[in-house]
Design a binder for this molecule. Sequence first.
Ligand SMILES: Cc1cc2nc3c(=O)[nH]c(=O)nc-3n(C[C@H](O)[C@H](O)[C@H](O)COP(=O)(O)OP(=O)(O)OC[C@H]3O[C@@H](n4cnc5c(N)ncnc54)[C@H](O)[C@@H]3O)c2cc1C
Ligand code: FES
Length: 282
Amino acid sequence: MAGTTAPAARSCPARFITNVEMSSGLIRLDCELDAPLPFRPGQFAMLNLADGLPLVFSRPFSILAGDGTTLSFLYRVVGRGTAALARLKPGQGLTVLGPLGRPFPTPDELEGRPAVLIGGGVGLPPVHAWFARHGRDGDTAFFGGRDGADVPWSMLDARWGVSVDRAVDVPADREAFAGVVTELVASRGDLADGRTRAVLACGPIPLLRAAARLAAARGWDCWVSLEEHMGCGYGVCKGCVVPVATAGPDGWRNATCCDEGPVFRADQIRWDRYGVPVLPTT
Ligand SMILES: Cc1cc2nc3c(=O)[nH]c(=O)nc-3n(C[C@H](O)[C@H](O)[C@H](O)COP(=O)(O)OP(=O)(O)OC[C@H]3O[C@@H](n4cnc5c(N)ncnc54)[C@H](O)[C@@H]3O)c2cc1C
Ligand code: FES
């Protein structure tokens, strides 16, 4: 079972070090804490500016890497909070609450099955963290981007398979499959050797659905990391629910993504109910 021995969360003051542009859309943020923050790949942290403005609510981000007291994240600017992160100046204060949530399973928890890691866009951090920490011979990793300019090439060594929706701006010395990343995984002959594997995926919902279908078709287990809007990050506000299967009469219930996830077994998710508004019955 994933997440049974995840490190405990704490609220840490941090100092912003730098934002590094890794691709046309992805920025790596490094910050410095007073002490190292142990985490397991798949866990996340709630980030805010130390003065609390302009963000009322902290925002959730997967932890990309921890090197001593330096903690790194990878993000895309999509709104007010991420724009504020992109404007930070060296030395400015941040608050980091983490590590939060259930992580991806470790190799021991996969019981020897090779991992097939799939990251799409800003879904890269948790699978990158897993591959960096646990990756062994036999594990394979894939990244899907919009086009060659969107791909953070310097983060992906030759072991990574890369796909792009539009085959433009791909560096001459790199290769990219034209199509969606799950098609790239399906096309790989070395993964069709009959060996049982485990998929660990993070990215947009269509990618996660496709990864779950691919895994089910091959008889592989699959874990997905879900991204929901989060208010608190630790199970109190109930703003992050996702539908999971149960044995009860309705066949499903709402699970909090922040503390029951964000990593779930794909066969636990009621994909047919995902994103469907819950209407009153009376
Ligand atoms: C567990 C977890 C891990 C995450 N890891 C990363 C990461 O590593 N890198 C990264 O860039 N982002 C990550 N996200 C998404 C990130 O939290 C949002 O992009 C961020 O909160 C947006 O804040 P904002 O103020 O810039 O945007 P807002 O102004 O709040 O919203 C701008 C747009 O982004 C959408 N949005 C906001 N929050 C989310 C969300 N949680 N999921 C999907 N869409 C959202 C809104 O609907 C809106 O369209 C993660 C989310 C979760 C739950
Ligand atoms: S974010 Fe508050 S319960 Fe999940």
